[in-house]
Ligand binder design. Structure first.
Ligand code: MN
Length: 148
């Protein structure tokens, strides 16, 4: 069972992400601020972290820095989730130890592609791939050697 930690201070956004993940069979755990996110990583050992940038206590940049500084956590895949859609912010994020980037509102297909790319396997699901709805994937980073 693949476990995803959602670190996001907005309850509506957390619920949206939870629904997108649970429908694909992922187990979801949640944190409401950066400090809780670090605690939940230790406690629940997720396979991947979806990390909001704008959060109280510790923001996403501070959280990912602490993750990379900790040998036990350093290899955790971390995807930034942010409404900061401007090009400068995207570059800053991709240069800040994140493994991927999703812009809000999160597109279901873009989310699925990031998870498949970073988790290195496909989830079993009956829904056929639908690659025509990618209008919000401008922040997508192509995986090296993904065969695409
Ligand atoms: Mn936020």
């Amino acid at each position: 069972m693949t476990k995803i930690l959602i670190a996001e201070d907005n309850a509506v956004n957390r619920e949206l992400l939870r629904e997108l993940l649970e429908v694909r069979g992922y187990t979801v755990v949640e944190a409401c601020d950066g400090e809780e996110a670090l605690r939940m990583i230790e406690q629940t050992q997720p396979d991947l972290l979806l990390l909001d940038i704008g959060m109280p206590v510790l923001d996403g940049f501070a959280v990912v820095r602490k993750i990379r500084e900790n040998p036990r956590l350093a290899s955790l895949p971390v995807v930034a989730v942010t409404a900061y859609a401007m090009q400068g912010d995207r570059e800053k994020i991709l240069n800040s130890q994140f493994d991927g980037y999703l812009s809000k509102p999160v597109n279901a297909r873009a989310l699925a592609e990031e998870l498949e790319r970073l988790l290195g396997k496909r989830e079993d699901r009956s829904a056929p791939p639908n690659q025509s709805h990618e209008s919000q994937t401008s922040g997508k980073t192509e995986a090296a050697g993904s065969g695409k």
